[in-house]
Design a protein around this ligand. Sequence first.
Ligand code: NAD
Ligand code: TYD
Length: 337
Amino acid sequence: MKKILVTGGAGFIGSNFVRMVLTEQPDCFIVNLDKLTYAGNLENLTGFLEHKNHKFIKGDICDGELIAKIIDEYKIDAIINFAAESHVDRSISEPKIFIDTNIAGTLTLLEAARDKKLERFIQISTDEVYGELGPDGMFTEQTPLSPNSPYSASKASADHLVRAFGHTWGIKYNITRCSNNYGEYQFPEKMIPLMINNALNDKDLPVYGDGLNVRDWLYVYDHCTAIWQVFEKAPSGEIYNIGGCNEKTNLEVIGLILNRLKKPQSLIKFVKDRLGHDRRYAIDATKIMNELGWKPSVIFEEGIVKTIDWYLQNQEWLQNVVSGDYQKYYESMYENR
Ligand code: NAD
Ligand code: TYD
């Protein structure tokens, strides 16, 4: 039985990963450590909290004593680090917490992995560490890091620390860098669920700038299968880009959402652009496809329909998420745009 410490497993991607592993990998025990920030939600784990191969612990990745205790008590073999502050707009308003969790928190986990001689440390990173692209080209694993937002700068710092711990102390690691994820259980501060939620409530859809920024959308389940392949097969020290080969402008995505929900395009409202807004991301995922045999299972046109339908069928989840603090966040982020 492999014993993995998954951090951030009550968030969007982490909870999808935990549910996938508990469903598909009977020989794996997961300790799920999550601070339950605004983005962490135990409802994302409904039906899995009591699973015999799952132990949820509320705690902070910056708490070194707690991490050491968990590793000893559960005889942890590996850490997969999803925990992070993950939203670019929030990093522009309040960068400090991004430094604390994304950099200092990763450092704390690395020290534990080194001291306890764990078999593997997997860092879930992002394509945003590479900066932005013009109209052509794609990010490869050789693209120099050139992060543009406080969020991506904090993730790039963490990537450098992971590599440095490998070089200096020989810890066994991998870094995965994926493009924008979409799918079930994504918090509606991110573009796709925010637009779905607003459209369902006949509210304006706030499109930053000219709406022609391009993102390379990856269905969250496909991201999770890629991480599992890395965990099972990858040699230590390798970095893998993960992408869905689904480049779309924001307006194309929003148009699809409005059509599916049978809402008018007139809901689109162009608002003030995000500061330093990256124009285009696109991932070259050839390495993980060729070396580990991974490929995405879902094309965007199918994945987006599954996602919209999931939000339609899970309006209670959405209501619980958007009540309370979300309202305050929404007002402060969008009132002056
Ligand atoms: P999310 O914001 O939905 O979830 C983050 C989770 O981490 C939450 O459950 C939160 O409670 C937890 N957390 C935050 N600070 C913590 C701390 N100090 N200690 C313990 N837990 C803490 O994020 P997500 O979209 O699921 O992203 C997961 C990872 O994937 C992140 O590392 C992110 O940088 C990376 N990533 C995300 C995307 C995307 O499109 N969402 C794309 C590329 C990379
Ligand atoms: P987001 O989901 O925040 O992901 P990221 O910035 O990490 O790529 O945003 C995706 C794209 O959607 C990005 O170009 C910004 C844009 N966007 C809007 O136009 N309006 C919004 O309200 C939000 C949240 C994002």
